[in-house]
Design a protein around this ligand. Structure first.
Ligand SMILES: *Cc1c(COP(=O)(O)O)cnc(C)c1O
Length: 356
């Protein structure tokens, strides 16, 4: 029986995407070859990558001044590739640090230039988002993490800045309408909300490129990828295909407006239950709670293990918190049906009655 999948990433995908992907592994569009067997420069795959790039722009309502790439190396490689392309040695970039991913982005950026941590929420274990801060006007960009997968916080407004804005949207991309055009660069590992592991979506406004004095290795240079129409070398063909199936599904279901509506329904159900049951304690400040990843604890550690055991018995997977923070975490990405959240909520209510 299919499990209730609360994994943080790689994570749940729509059932019909899995079905279509598995069919393409055997026979891609009836051409008599598997998607795994065709060259990336064939018209079959060129059509796929071009549709994928166009769909990303369509969902984000972005124009000709942006380009879309499907790169390898995960969001973690973007922590390095962003400053490599944009930050000169004697220049400075501003970073908001709201969790472990932002922290890692800072460590990479420091290798290339100067970093101003303009906002950090470390003082309270990243259990909130700090939105009031100032950024030196000579900084070359402002970087933030739109959704903190591990800590369970999310920016519900876009940071206000005159600088080029850069976002790691790995865990909430395509989950809601955002004013994407306020951003100069957006990146996201696909494995949380946009497909399979192995591909990273990078959306870049072309006017920010080519301004550093650094000699950039061609494979790390966004401009080289753009010049090569996103086919500088072999892209992860199958992962790109799973992304296009996921993007088509999002569009067909009603786009980002519908994704946000569903995310709010799921999150409202879960958080209102958490707030009403004395056995459980949500970790994050109410106004900053993530619609994608909910973090919470039980008021004693033994109950936590007991609860996890009961989740497991009922086929609910991925409820354990990230190893760096502990506690419990429930991830509710685009493809999660409300029925899975309802099943979890029913268990929580029953668990509270027995252990409260
Ligand atoms: C998962 C995640 C990452 C790391 O992604 P990789 O693809 O493993 O490199 C970075 N940032 C955020 C916000 C994430 O959720």
């Amino acid at each position: 029986m299919k499990k209730h999948n609360f994994n943080s990433g790689p994570s749940i995908l729509p059932q019909e995407v899995l079905q279509q992907a598995s069919e393409a592994v055997l026979d891609f569009n009836g051409i008599g070859l598997s998607i795994l067997e065709i060259g990336h420069r064939t018209s079959w795959f060129v059509e796929v990558i071009n549709e994928a790039r166009a769909l990303v722009k369509e969902l984000m309502q972005l124009g000709e001044d942006y380009d879309v790439l499907f790169l390898q190396g995960g969001a973690t490689t973007q922590f390095m590739q962003v400053p490599l392309n944009l930050l000169d040695k004697d220049a400075a970039a501003a970073y908001c640090v709201n969790g472990i991913w932002g922290d890692k982005a800072v460590k990479e950026a420091k290798i290339f230039g100067n970093v101003n941590v303009v906002s950090s929420t470390k003082d309270k274990n990243h259990s909130y988002i700090q939105k009031d801060f100032s950024v030196p006007s000579d900084n070359v960009y402002l970087h933030y993490t739109s959704n903190n997968t591990v800590e369970g916080t999310q920016w519900h407004t876009t940071p206000n800045t005159n600088l080029p804005l850069i976002a790691d949207m790995s865990s909430d991309i395509f989950s809601r309408p955002v004013d994407f055009s306020k951003h100069s660069l957006i990146y996201a590992g696909a494995q949380k909300n946009a497909g399979a592991a192995g591909v990273t979506i990078v959306v870049v406004k072309k006017d920010i490129l080519g301004k550093t004095n650094r000699n950039i290795s061609p494979i790390m240079d966004y401009r080289k990828h753009i010049e090569a129409d996103a086919l500088l070398n072999t892209p992860p063909v199958f992962a790109v295909y799973v992304s296009i199936l996921t993007l088509r599904w999002i569009k067909k279901e009603g786009g980002l407006v519908e994704m946000e509506k569903r995310a709010k329904e799921r999150a409202d159900l879960l958080y209102s239950t958490l707030d009403s049951l004395p056995v459980f304690a949500p970790i994050v400040a109410k106004k900053d709670r993530s619609l994608m990843n909910a973090t919470f604890t039980t008021h004693n550690k033994e109950l936590e293990n007991l609860f996890l055991e009961e989740c497991k018995q009922q086929g609910m997977i991925g409820v354990k918190g990230h190893r760096s923070v502990g506690g419990l975490r429930v991830s509710m990405y685009n493809a999660m049906p409300i029925s899975s959240v309802q099943a979890l909520v029913d268990l929580m209510i029953d668990f509270n009655r027995r252990n409260g």
